[in-house]
Design a protein around this ligand. Structure first.
Ligand code: TGC
Ligand code: FAD
Length: 409
């Protein structure tokens, strides 16, 4: 057992306490998990129940980001668990990473966003494409949650089509810096981030990754307000006005759009698991409510129309669990294709959104209140279905994979 895992286990005093919590497992999927998977799942579940769930509704209502969570998520190993143990990362498999994202998103998609951006979109590119110095400088602090990161790909005029980006780097006269100009928008974590992995075109028009640090002159991160979705997650812009970035902050190991898209494979995989978590919470809530709510002299669970909704929810969750577990096995073997990941992201987020909408109806008027988590999940999922590639973009990726025809342009 690595030092990292031993430390995590020793911190988890409430041995298997989380087992008592319900979660839909109709096809006995737990039998496909190792003891280590289950132990880690219960640890994250226990942390979420104790430290996040009691406050999440208030945070969302007030549109506040729980910054204290960053350190806590680092302490329980949720940042970069799938990266090798060097540089303080987790050394665990992709199924463990997925299960962690599932448990975080059972609480709130914004919590999972914080972890998946940090692990898959900031630490992963530094690990995969960074220099030895960059890895040593950034990864241990990001893994521990001492630093928070963000990932800048989307621009005001280039969302689904990042290849058209205009953010750019030009060589400075001193030969030691590049000058960064442009703007990114819709960036998760940006208002609180210490570092940003930013994708920009160089003088040859090639896309390069650049690590930008808070405090660099000309760099600002204005927050995006008035969101009706992901209210407990901080979203903002990245604005670069002649920012002087040392050349050693450029990621040396990749050039072109495949750089950011490779990172997205890992993050989209995490979302596929995370969406199951949100769906589970909506299903559990609707099931519990339907047994307690009496109308026409009996629990609404006794009415066929409500049973249909619950039966279909559980069927869809079960299908998504099987799809995602298999994808995890392929990820562990290094055999998952980007198109397979797109299919899982698209299917599972759509599944979760449909379940959230149906579950909300089952709660009647109570479904629109903050007394229950469903409406919050539903609103969050409207972002999840859009970011990391929209529902339609993922369909076109599948379409291209099966026909060989590119329908994007
Ligand atoms: P295309 O010509 O197809 O490809 C360009 C190069 O990239 C390679 N590639 C990939 N490599 C790795 N993984 C993938 N998934 C890849 N997809 C493509 C490709 O092989 C090629 O390589 P090379 O060596 O030949 O140069 O590119 P395109 O311009 O036609 O675009 C394809 C498209 C539309 C699928 C892509 O642009 C896309 O996925 N668009 C969606 C944009 C997106 O997902 N943005 C996400 C922003 S980050 C975010 O939302 C974070 S939210 C986080 C949170 O809060 O949780
Ligand atoms: P557009 O690309 O303008 O799309 C608008 C509509 O047109 C969509 O329905 C789309 O499917 C459709 N469309 C576009 N092209 C085609 C086509 N070829 N064929 C058919 N339909 C098409 N980005 C980051 O870089 N980092 C982040 O951390 C990040 N966090 C985010 C957090 C939130 C809360 C949100 C909402 C977004 C975030 N994003 C982030 C941005 C996100 O990835 C983009 O919003 C997403 O990629 C879509 O881009 P767009 O919003 O510009 O929509």
């Amino acid at each position: 057992m690595s030092e990292y895992k031993a430390e995590i286990y020793s911190n988890f005093h409430a041995t298997n306490k989380a087992d008592q919590y319900t979660h839909p497992d109709y096809y006995l999927m737990d039998e496909l998990l190792t003891d280590e998977h289950k132990l880690i799942r219960n640890m994250v579940r226990d942390y979420v129940k104790k430290d996040l769930s009691p406050y999440i509704e208030d945070m969302a209502q007030q549109a506040k980001f729980n910054y204290a969570m960053v350190k806590q998520l680092g302490e329980i190993g949720c940042f970069g668990p799938q990266l090798p143990t060097q540089y303080g990362c987790g050394g665990m498999d992709y199924i463990t990473y997925g299960i962690m994202m599932q448990e975080l998103e059972r609480c709130d998609s914004g919590v999972r966003s914080t972890a998946s951006v940090q692990g898959s979109l900031v630490m992963y590119p530094i690990y995969k494409f960074g220099s030895e110095e960059q890895k040593q400088k950034y990864l241990p602090k990001l893994a521990k949650g001492e630093w928070l990161g963000c990932f800048g790909l989307t621009e005001p005029n280039h969302g689904s089509n990042p290849a058209g980006m205009t953010t750019n780097i030009r060589n400075a006269k001193d030969g030691k810096h590049v000058i960064l100009n442009g703007a990114k928008m819709w960036i998760s974590n940006s208002p609180y981030a210490d570092v940003a992995v930013v994708w920009a075109k160089n003088e040859e028009g090639k896309i390069k990754g650049v690590i930008v640090e808070r405090g660099m002159e000309g760099f600002s991160t204005p927050e995006t307000h008035n969101k009706w979705s992901l209210r407990a997650s901080a979203t903002g812009e990245l604005v670069f006005n002649d920012v002087k970035v040392p050349v050693e902050n450029i990621l040396p190991g990749v050039e072109g759009l495949k750089g950011p898209l490779t990172c997205l494979n890992s993050a989209r995989y995490g979302i596929a698991w995370g969406a199951i978590g949100a769906a589970m919470d909506c299903y559990d809530t609707a099931l519990r409510y339907s047994k307690e709510r009496i109308q026409f002299g009996k629990p609404i669970a006794a009415f066929q129309l409500q049973q249909k909704k619950l039966a279909e929810m559980l069927t869809e969750i079960t299908k998504a669990q099987l799809l995602t577990w298999r994808l995890g096995v392929l990820m562990n073997d290094g055999r998952a294709t980007p198109a397979q990941i797109s299919m899982a992201k698209r299917n599972n987020v759509d599944m979760a959104l449909t379940i959230a909408r149906n579950a909300r109806q089952m709660l009647g008027g109570m479904g629109i209140t903050g007394e229950y988590s469903i409406m919050r999940h539903m609103m969050n999922l409207e972002s999840v279905v859009t970011y990391e590639g929209t529902h339609d973009i993922h369909l076109l990726i599948t379409g291209m994979d099966i026909t060989g025809e590119n329908a994007f342009s």
